[in-house]
Design a protein around this ligand. Structure first.
Ligand SMILES: [Zn+2]
Length: 249
């Protein structure tokens, strides 16, 4: 994350991305696993910093097990490049379609973290309850796959479903997926990981607050915007901590 000069060395001729980005993707995958935001399922991707129409993501593998050698490059259609033999995630279209429609997005986390699930299946809306989740000020829309495809298995298994999900996300930072999980976006791998973590924390705190006398006082839009700005300025702090505690274990 430090603004060090990007190293141009590639880890593999098959991946068009700097070594720094690949290393961050590996570290981010371990961090997400360590924070219990992903288990055997869920994934992290990053837009390539060499070819921005492409993105990098591990082969179909539990994030805790990811190494640099497992990172693959996928094209704008979310498909592996010609000659690639390794298996990619079934839900890779989540990533490809969001990158295609949101040029500002540089990294994406898809998670099934448990506390968020109730907000995708009830009338309760996930809203920013504290400053760490200020980025939720723009709302967390719910993507209901049934409205796009009646016969479904909940998974974003092709481009039309990915496109519909990206449509539900709109310009927000987080989209909830009914009966499935959620997806968050960020301007960097560190920011996407940060948002995944604090989406789960916000959900937990909101569930706890609902047990007490209400109504809950959520952050206003202006407070959410302000907190987001502060968090963006200090993003390196949790990232360095998490890298030290959780990456490469
Ligand atoms: Zn999923």
């Amino acid at each position: 994350m430090a603004q060090t000069k990007k190293r141009s060395a590639r880890l593999s001729a098959a991946v068009s991305a700097t070594r720094d980005l690949v290393e961050d993707l590996v570290a981010g995958s371990h961090i997400l696993a360590g924070l219990e935001l992903v288990d055997a399922f869920g994934h992290l991707s990053a837009r390539s910093d060499v070819n921005p129409r492409h993105f990098i993501i591990s082969r179909s593998l539990a994030p805790a097990l990811v190494t640099a050698a497992d990172i693959m490059e996928l094209g704008p259609d979310s498909e592996p490049l010609p000659g690639e033999k390794r298996k990619s995630f079934l839900e890779r279209y989540i990533h490809g379609e969001i990158y295609r429609t949101r040029p500002d997005v540089k990294a994406i986390v898809h998670s099934h973290a448990p506390s968020v699930i109730p907000f995708g299946v009830t009338k309760a809306r996930l809203r920013p309850i504290y400053h760490m989740a200020g980025f939720l000020w723009s709302g967390a829309p719910i993507f209901d796959i049934r409205k796009v495809r009646a016969a479904n298995d909940l998974l974003i298994r092709d481009r039309p479903l990915g496109e519909a999900l990206a449509g539900s996300l709109g310009n927000c930072t987080c989209v909830l997926m009914r009966g499935h999980g959620f997806t968050v976006v960020g301007g960097s791998i560190a920011e996407a990981v940060f948002r995944a973590y604090y989406t789960e924390m916000n959900a937990r705190l909101q569930l706890q607050s609902e047990q007490l006398q209400g109504p809950i006082e959520f952050l206003s839009e202006a407070e959410g915007r302000g907190a987001t700005k502060v968090n963006q300025a200090t993003m390196a702090r949790p990232w360095e901590l998490w890298k030290k505690q959780l990456a490469g274990k």
